[in-house]
Design a protein around this ligand. Structure first.
Ligand SMILES: [Zn+2]
Length: 504
């Protein structure tokens, strides 16, 4: 599995990392640039990166791939090397701190001193066995009061574990497995690794410097570039390879800390079997369980000779009893359970005009239009269904709405992030799959692909949110269809989007 991502156009074997507080290497970096054997693109990235991150005393150096092989086996030591990263470890901590401050306001946290003390002790014991763990990292553990089985980590060592995950673990080693896996994300720096890739992909290099060069928080600067830190942001969406890597590191940590290294794969197996309905989110955040269990088992053989390992503790059992004695978590928004009716007829090829006060667009002539306080819904016959509490919910079509962002001076990206966060707050089932900038007839727009639970029972839904600024407002179009039908609606959704005309 490649740990290093090749930079576009880079020379074979050449990778960039930023090392904080490594002035000794600054000369090498300069030399590297001047020797002329690097691509112009790389040189520019480095120049920009150095300017951008210079105030964090980061230094960019070139590291030959040969010096840092992926994993060196032997003498019972596995080496794990984080991928390409424009951030320094200190910046990881700052990013984590800023985003955890945001998340703590959104999440229902369980503030029980005993549970937190136990988790802190266990977590820090595991972190002390983690590879690539510079002293800067702040290891902090929080419990989210939710029965969903999940856990996630922010850069710099901020780890959140759902109450449901603690309750589902059958012994301390399994909970340790979850914490060790999340610690793996931290020490492999997956959050800022992805942010680094997004920075390169989204910002034209020429303006990267001027954007990030401004003062202010790192998260605000990243948000300006469409790199969100909200609950469903890029930082928390790990790729499959990042998940596999966190599994490897987690297994290694378990072994080093004296726990049964099989505990992590045992936990996956248990939750998949026992709590299928509560693991949807876990496995969408942590994809591909079957292969992972197999890969994990293979990984264990590389760790070294089997040792007698700890599986449980009286402290863990006491914490489980304590949680069991607490009132159940606040109920998340109920799962909608509208019965599946006939799917709507296909959208008509013939489009007609919808003329609202602030926008004009075309839509299929067999669709209906419904105005409400919140906005306008356009949908096929049967596209509105009745939800579990008798409410009407849109299962197909497009919904238009216009809101004033909380802060007037917020740009498109911040305003979109706020909208997505508020959607997510009222619907915890909603997850961001992908977010990119796009050009809509010469205007900047943000395209956000979301996964949701359809109001049609037992189905998942895909939502495509497109946002643009319109004066003081944020104009939002949400294209909605059950996951299975979404692709067949895409051409119609595209036609609608392309027909959009707005006043400024
Ligand atoms: Zn993970």
């Amino acid at each position: 599995m490649p740990l290093f991502r090749s930079l576009p156009g880079s020379n074979e074997g050449c990778r960039i990392v930023i090392l904080a507080e490594a002035p000794a290497h600054a000369g090498e970096f300069e030399e590297g640039l001047q020797s002329g054997n690097r691509g112009e693109k790389e040189a520019m990235i480095c120049r920009v990166a150095r300017r951008v991150f210079g105030r964090f005393t980061a230094r960019v150096i070139f590291v030959s791939f040969a010096i840092l092989p992926h994993a060196v086996f032997g003498a019972e030591r596995l080496q794990f090397n984080p991928g390409f990263n424009l951030f320094s470890p200190q910046m990881d901590v700052q990013v984590g701190k800023e985003s955890s401050a945001q998340l703590d306001k959104q999440l229902p946290l369980l503030n029980d001193a005993e549970v937190l003390q136990y988790l802190d002790g266990l977590g820090k014991k595991l972190a002390s066995c983690a590879p690539n763990n510079p002293s800067e990292y702040t290891w902090q553990y929080k419990v989210v009061n939710s029965t969903d089985i999940n856990a996630f980590a922010l850069p710099g060592g901020y780890i959140y574990v759902n109450r449901g995950a603690i309750e589902a673990a059958e012994n301390e080693a399994q909970l340790a497995g979850v914490l060790a896996h999340e610690s793996g994300h931290v020490v492999m720096r997956h959050g800022t690794h992805m942010a680094s890739q997004a920075v390169l992909a989204q910002a034209p290099l020429a303006i990267l410097g001027s954007i990030l060069g401004q003062s202010g928080s790192i998260t605000a600067q990243l948000a300006e570039m469409g790199i969100g830190l909200g609950l469903n942001s890029l930082m928390l969406k790990n790729s499959r390879s990042a998940e596999a890597e966190a599994d490897e590191v987690g297994t290694y940590i378990l072994y080093q800390a004296g726990y049964d290294p099989r505990a992590l794969s045992q936990f996956f197996q248990i939750i998949e079997k026992k709590y299928p309905q509560r693991t949807l989110q876990f496995f969408s955040d942590h994809p591909n369980p079957e292969n992972r269990i197999k890969d994990l088992d293979a990984e264990i053989g590389k760790l070294g000779p089997p040792r007698s390992a700890k599986t449980d503790s009286p402290e863990f059992e006491a914490i489980k009893r304590r949680l069991a004695g607490m009132p159940p978590p606040p109920k998340a928004q109920g799962m909608p359970t509208a019965s599946a009716s006939q799917p709507p007829p296909p959208p008509s090829e013939h489009m007609i005009r919808y003329d609202g006060k602030v926008l004009v667009l075309s839509y299929p002539d067999n669709w209906q239009v419904q105005q409400s306080e919140d906005g306008v819904a356009l949908f096929p016959p049967g596209g509105m269904v009745t939800g579990p509490e008798g409410e009407t919910a849109q299962a197909y079509g497009v919904a238009l709405s216009r809101n004033r962002p909380v802060r007037e001076n917020w740009g498109l990206v911040d305003a979109t992030q706020e909208l997505v966060d508020s959607m997510r707050q009222s619907n915890p089932q909603l997850h961001v799959l992908q977010q990119t900038g796009m050009n809509l007839q010469g205007r900047s727009a943000v395209s956000t692909l979301l996964q949701n639970v359809s109001p049609i029972e037992g189905q998942r839904e895909t939502d495509h949110l497109v946002t643009i600024r319109q004066g003081d407002y944020l104009l939002a179009l949400i294209f909605v269809a059950p996951e299975k039908a979404f692709e067949s609606y895409t051409p119609t959704f595209d036609k609608i989007l392309q027909s959009l005309e707005t006043s400024n």
